[in-house]
Design a protein around this ligand. Structure first.
Ligand code: SF4
Length: 122
């Protein structure tokens, strides 16, 4: 166990909508019995990409004792899904370009660095 930053989920506020699942590139969040949960704390690096998509403010980052972040465990956990994450605009995957989570018209999507300027400037 180490003292580090990790996602905290307020179950009272969580509606189980699932919007926070996709932005977590490490696949640390799952919906269980209608609530978001960090099922394996070693998969959460505390980056907080999930925070901005939560419509109810149920997510925050706290600093506490937790298992150390484990990159190898993440690689094993997300490898099959990694090829399924693509830019919503051009369809390129994270193997080709860096992808960034965005919220558009109520949807949580990924956009690549090449398409992001179009999104910003139109
Ligand atoms: S986005 Fe917020 S409300 Fe929706 S499942 Fe995740 S924590 Fe719960």
């Amino acid at each position: 166990m180490v003292k580090r930053k990790i996602v905290k989920i307020d179950e009272e506020k969580c509606t189980g909508c699932g919007l926070c699942v996709t932005p977590c590139a490490e696949g640390a969040i799952e919906i269980v019995d209608g609530k978001a949960k960090v099922m394996r704390e070693e998969l959460c690096n505390g980056a907080g990409f999930c925070l901005s998509v939560c419509p109810t403010g149920a997510l925050s980052i706290e600093e506490r004792e937790a298992p150390a972040f484990d990159e190898e465990a993440v690689a094993k956990h997300v490898k099959p899904a990694a090829h399924e994450i693509n830019c919503f605009s051009c369809g390129q995957g994270e193997e080709e370009r860096a992808l960034i989570p965005v919220r558009i018209k109520g949807e949580s999507l990924w956009v690549c660095t090449r398409c992001l300027p179009k999104l910003i400037h139109g």
